[in-house]
Design a protein around this ligand. Structure first.
Ligand code: ACO
Length: 349
């Protein structure tokens, strides 16, 4: 008797987008008390992309989404109008209200599909994958576009040399279809977690109900993003390593381990420490933050697109995705990388 198929969400398309404007470390050093050397040594970042005035997160999300839809159509010939769900991970929506996903769906010509935002900062893409995968396996949707997009350049204090050095704008997207866990590309499981006790470590203090209900204008500086770098570093290493290991054990890769780990791209020293904790070699850890910085919810899918374009990630690789971010939040998922129609390198919007 043939064993019953286990429903799963299967990756069948991918794409990314980066804004045209590049800000190098030297560009930052020309206006802030920092240096190319400090940023490279402490973070591994050489440059980042930023949007132009007037652009917004939805512009990047639409561009990445369109490339993922093209990739999926080339892969299995399914028309875009088969998409019945759009999940957008972002902490920098176009507006505080409404969500940005419906606008993205409309601009992509997807009709009146279900569309909503997921907010889990740098873990957003993993949470969005988990949400869409659950809806696909439950039969609530058949084919989903999952996007991670952020434009942190719009919420950084122009005078803060630490956050300006780290963050960049960008978006990445995948198409998921309802399928079977035995297929390459199937998301094999999720480990998700949070710790609200660390909420103050990564925050934008003003602009929400807590501040607005006072009826007073936001204290100076509270409109900007703030992060306690040192404790966040420690928590990122701890929680990504733990979550990744939990998932490795859960999906049964304990003996062989993953071939590639695509971790949230925040700091190359964090990536190395996670690799050490998991007992992996340097070439097993995907790195693209040197060219894009920390693109928040765009980080993991952009790193996937980059690794595909460079040949570092190939069909058949056991791939572990792991993220950590504000909330605090963390999460991991795993898949065997499928044969896909060539993923385009993330080009400009
Ligand atoms: N140029 C020069 N000096 C700098 C810069 C800079 N760009 N930034 C900070 N410094 C200085 C500090 O002012 C400090 O100076 P002081 O000793 O005179 O006070 C010194 O460098 C050391 O500062 P630290 O903050 O301790 O530096 P650290 O080595 O920890 O690096 C960093 C800072 C890069 C932020 C690091 O802590 C980090 O990567 N943290 C984790 C970030 C992360 O993982 N984020 C993920 C989640 S983000 C999200 O969810 C949106």
């Amino acid at each position: 008797m043939t064993p019953a198929a286990t429903p799963a969400a299967v990756v069948c398309g991918i794409g990314g987008s980066l804004p045209e404007t590049v800000v190098s470390n030297d560009d930052l050093a020309a206006e802030l008390d920092t240096s190319d050397e400090w940023i490279r040594v402490r973070t591994g970042i050489a440059q980042r992309h930023v949007i132009k005035p007037g652009e917004a997160t939805s512009d990047l999300a639409v561009a990445a989404g369109r490339r993922a839809l093209d990739s999926a159509r080339a892969q299995d010939g399914t028309a875009d109008d088969a998409i019945d769900l759009v999940v957008l991970a972002t902490s920098t929506p176009d507006h505080p209200c409404p969500a940005t996903a419906p606008l993205v769906a409309q601009r992509l010509g997807l009709g009146g599909v279900a569309a909503f935002d997921v907010s889990a900062v740098c873990t957003g893409f993993v949470y969005a994958l988990a949400t869409a995968a659950s809806m696909l396996t439950a039969g609530t949707a058949r084919r989903a576009l999952v996007i991670g997009a952020d434009t942190f350049s719009t919420i950084l204090d122009p005078g803060d040399r630490t956050t300006r050095a780290i963050f960049g704008d960008g978006a990445g997207a995948v198409v998921l279809r309802a399928g079977d866990a035995a297929e390459p590309g199937a998301l094999l499981g999720f480990d998700l977690g949070s710790d609200g006790a660390g909420a103050e470590m990564i925050t934008v203090r003003a602009g929400g109900s807590r501040q607005r209900s006072t009826g007073q204008p936001a204290p100076d500086g509270d409109q900007w993003f703030s992060m306690e770098g040192r404790p966040v570093f420690t928590e990122a290493v701890l929680n990504m390593s733990k979550s990744a290991q939990e998932l490795i054990d859960r999906v049964g890769w304990t003996a062989e381990g993953p071939d590639r780990v695509v971790a949230h791209q925040a700091n190359v020293r964090i990536l190395r420490a996670v690799g050490d904790q998991l007992g992996l070699d340097e070439q097993q850890i995907v790195v693209n933050l040197d060219r894009v910085g920390n693109t928040v919810a765009g980080s993991i899918p952009l790193a996937l697109v980059d690794a595909l374009a460079s040949g570092g990630l190939r069909p058949g690789h056991r791939v572990l995705l792991t993220g950590f971010g504000g909330g605090l939040t963390w999460g991991s998922t795993a898949l065997v990388w499928p044969e896909l129609a060539t993923a385009p390198h993330p080009v400009h919007v």
